[in-house]
Each structure stands twice: as structure tokens, then as C-alpha cells.
Design a protein around this ligand. Structure first.
Ligand SMILES: *Cc1c(COP(=O)(O)O)cnc(C)c1O
Length: 383
């Protein structure tokens, strides 16, 4: 773990600090070897290097930096966000119980549904923003794992992590928060009492829409769940590639700049369109009208993220017409990249997903705010 009294921005700019001892290079080299030699006595030439599914220097450096950002005891990179979430789900044994926040990232919901059924794990999906329902459910079901997503995608629901962590103490449940939409710069779930935090590093951590990755961080390195997750990455082999890890570490160097701009753009855009005649509602925790604005303000600092959804007035066709008319926003899934994206989520997830067919999800990038507002304004004028 990185030990430093520097500000996070400085540490990020230096990619976690330090330089390559062999060459003095200011950026670390990419280790491409999958296997490492032993000497005549059959000892490893380098104790830390045996086979590349175990670990490597770039993993350790990048994980150390992310652990520092999260205030975590330890972190592990995975091949994707879903690979990380899968390892977390598998901490629960057959016969166990998982409590899953409802209306979150559809890929997560589907994965839990399919795999809980296959492995005889009871899955309870619950609106985690309703604390009284949650309390009853935790008390009666005694879940092994409580999985939250804050803020949620695409509804931007904000759950009180500290309150859930407190409830979970009574039953000894592991609390995990998917904080992808927030980034560790503006929300640190471990400091609110969560046991684990997971990110799709594909999103803002890398930030350039060119790497698939995931990362799990833990409050304590001694727990059974954490030991399992570390072993599972090695044994099941969902490791990140060296090139991807190198790109992620490069992306992290500009994380604080990107997050600052994206959050500022998102806040300005949400405010600008909050009362637009063609829009029924802007879902964004930074708006005072958001039902959990106060909670979000206490739980996050330095912004409210770059993800938002617009609920359009009119029909599904109108919503699709607006997306078709956008020139700067690209019509694509995913979030957290430097380029702004728009998605008609119901088309992707299908009518069973419960996503309103007038919902447009926006991921706000680092473009000039006037260009973003102008593009959305002209697109709205087409309906
Ligand atoms: C994208 C995403 C995931 C899945 O991550 P991948 O890297 O695509 O596997 C999980 N949770 C949230 C909130 C996401 O946005």
C-alpha cells in the first residue's frame, strides 16, 4: 500500500509515485512474460515472479494506488467489473442468502439471478433506499452478503451506506458497494462502514473507453471474504492483462482532473435542463430536487458524479428521436469516459427490465459545457 502525505491529486499524477529502479523510467514498464525462471537450486530468481496469473509488479502498483484512494487495506484488479462482482458473489456458499439492491445495473441483477438459482443461494431484491423495509429484511433473512450500488445506474438512487452498514453489524453480513458511478475521489464507502467496494474500472477509473477492468477493495485484509476473493482471482484466473493494467494506471494519472471537469459539467447540465419543457425529470443527486440530495451531499464530497438520466415527456419514439438528433453525445452504452454518451436503456435491456421507455441515460464527459448544452438543446427542439 502506498504510504504518503501527499494530496491525492499529486499522487495520481505520479501514478502512485516511484520510478522503475532498473532504468529510472518515470512510467513503469509492461511486463509481458507469463512465466519466470528458477536457478540451479530451483529457487525463483525473483521471489515475486513465478507465473503471471499470480500477480505482477504493475498489478501491485496499481492496486496500491487504488487502495490508497479508497482508504482500503488492500485491493485486487480483475479482468472486468463483472469478473470482480462474480468473485464477490462467490464468497456466499450454496444454501446462503444474498440481499441485492433492486433497480441497479442490469448486468449485475441478471448475473445474481442466474447464479443464485444455479447455486441454491436465496436472492432477495429490495429497494435499499427504504431503510425500514431493509431493516426488516436484514433481520428476517440474515443475509451473508448485502450488495448495494451507489448511486445506482440508471436511476441515480442514493442509499445510506452508513445506515446499512450499521444494520448489517447485527447479522454479521458482508456489505459491498458498487461505487462505479461515483469514483473513489468523491465517495469512499469503506469510510462509511462498508466491508468491500467494487468498481468497474472500465468506466471513470480508466476513463478513456479503451480498457475492460474491475477492482475490489477491502476494509480489512483478514476477513474470510477477502481471503476468498484473492484466492478466487488466482484460482479462477479472472486477472487483468498487463497491457490493460498499464493503460489503467496511465488513465489514473488524470483521474482527478477528469472527475473534476465531468462532475462540474454534469452539475451544470442537470441544472440547465431541470425545468426544460420537454423533460419530465432530471435524475441527478446534485439537484436539490433529488429526493436523496441531502444524503448524497453528506456521503459524497467534491461533486455528484457524471452519470444522470433524463425522463422525457412524450413517447418512446420522441426519446429515440432526441438521441438520433444528438451530434456531440455519442449513442453508446457505458459511462465515465472523457466523451459524453447517451443511451436509450430500455432498447438495450428490454421491456422486462422495468426501465421507462422515455429514459435517456447520459454519461457526461470533459467537453466544453456550452457544446454539451447546445447539442442537447438542439436535439430537444426536434420533438
Ligand atoms: C459497467 C458496470 C459494471 C460492469 O463492469 P464491466 O467492466 O463492464 O464488466 C458493473 N457495475 C456498474 C455500476 C457498471 O456501470
Amino acid at each position: 500500500m502506498v504510504k504518503t502525505d501527499l494530496h491525492t491529486d499529486s499522487l495520481l499524477a505520479h501514478g502512485g509515485g516511484g520510478f522503475d529502479a532498473a532504468t529510472g523510467a518515470v512510467v513503469p514498464p509492461i511486463q509481458t512474460a507469463t512465466t519466470f525462471v528458477r536457478d540451479e537450486n530451483y529457487d525463483l530468481v525473483s521471489g515475486n515472479h513465478l507465473y503471471s496469473r499470480d500477480d505482477n509488479d504493475l498489478f501491485r502498483k496499481t492496486e496500491g494506488l487504488i487502495a490508497h484512494l479508497e482508504g482500503a487495506a488492500d485491493s485486487r484488479l480483475f479482468a472486468s467489473g463483472m469478473a470482480a462482482i462474480a468473485a464477490i458473489m462467490r464468497t456466499v456458499k450454496p444454501g446462503g442468502t444474498i440481499l441485492l439492491q433492486s433497480d441497479i445495473y442490469w448486468g449485475t441483477t441478471l448475473f445474481f439471478r442466474k447464479n443464485c438459482e444455479r447455486t441454491n443461494i436465496a436472492l432477495i431484491e429490495v429497494d435499499a433506499s427504504d431503510l425500514s423495509v431493509l431493516k426488516d429484511t436484514i433481520e428476517t433473512a440474515q443475509p451473508n452478503l448485502i450488495f448495494l450500488e451507489v448511486p445506482s445506474n440508471p436511476f441515480l438512487a442514493v442509499v445510506d451506506i452508513a445506515a446499512v452498514a450499521k444494520l448489517a453489524e447485527l447479522t454479521g453480513s458482508t456489505v459491498c458497494v458498487d461505487a462505479t458511478a461515483a469514483t473513489p475521489l468523491i465517495m469512499k464507502p469503506l469510510s462509511k462502514g462498508a466491508d468491500l467496494v467494487v468498481h468497474s474500472a472500465t468506466k471513470a477509473l480508466n476513463g478513456h473507453s479503451d480498457v475492460l477492468g474491475g477492482v475490489v477493495s477491502t476494509a480489512s485484509a483478514d476477513t474470510e471474504a477477502w481471503q476468498f476473493i484473492c484466492a478466487e482471482r488466482h484460482d479462477a484466473g479472472a486477472v487483468m492483462g498487463s497491457f490493460e493494467t498499464w493503460l489503467l494506471l496511465r488513465g489514473l494519472r488524470t483521474l482527478s482532473l477528469r472527475v473534476e471537469r465531468m462532475n462540474a459539467n454534469a452539475q451544470a447540465l442537470a441544472k440547465h435542463f431541470a425545468a426544460h419543457p420537454k423533460i419530465a425529470e432530471v435524475l441527478y443527486p446534485g439537484l436539490e430536487t433529488h429526493k436523496a440530495h441531502e444524503l448524497a451531499s453528506n456521503q459524497m464530497s467534491g461533486g455528484y458524479g457524471s452519470l444522470m438520466s433524463l425522463i422525457m415527456k412524450g413517447s418512446r419514439e420522441d426519446a429515440l428521436k432526441v438521441t438520433a438528433a444528438l451530434n456531440l453525445f455519442q449513442r453508446a452504452t457505458s459511462l465515465g469516459g472523457v466523451e459524453s454518451l447517451v443511451e436509450h436503456r430500455e432498447t438495450i435491456e428490454g421491456p422486462d427490465s422495468g426501465i421507462p421507455d422515455t429514459l435517456l441515460r447520459l454519461s457526461i464527459g470533459i467537453e466544453h459545457i456550452d457544446d454539451l448544452i447546445g447539442d442537447l438543446e438542439q436535439a430537444l427542439n426536434t420533438v
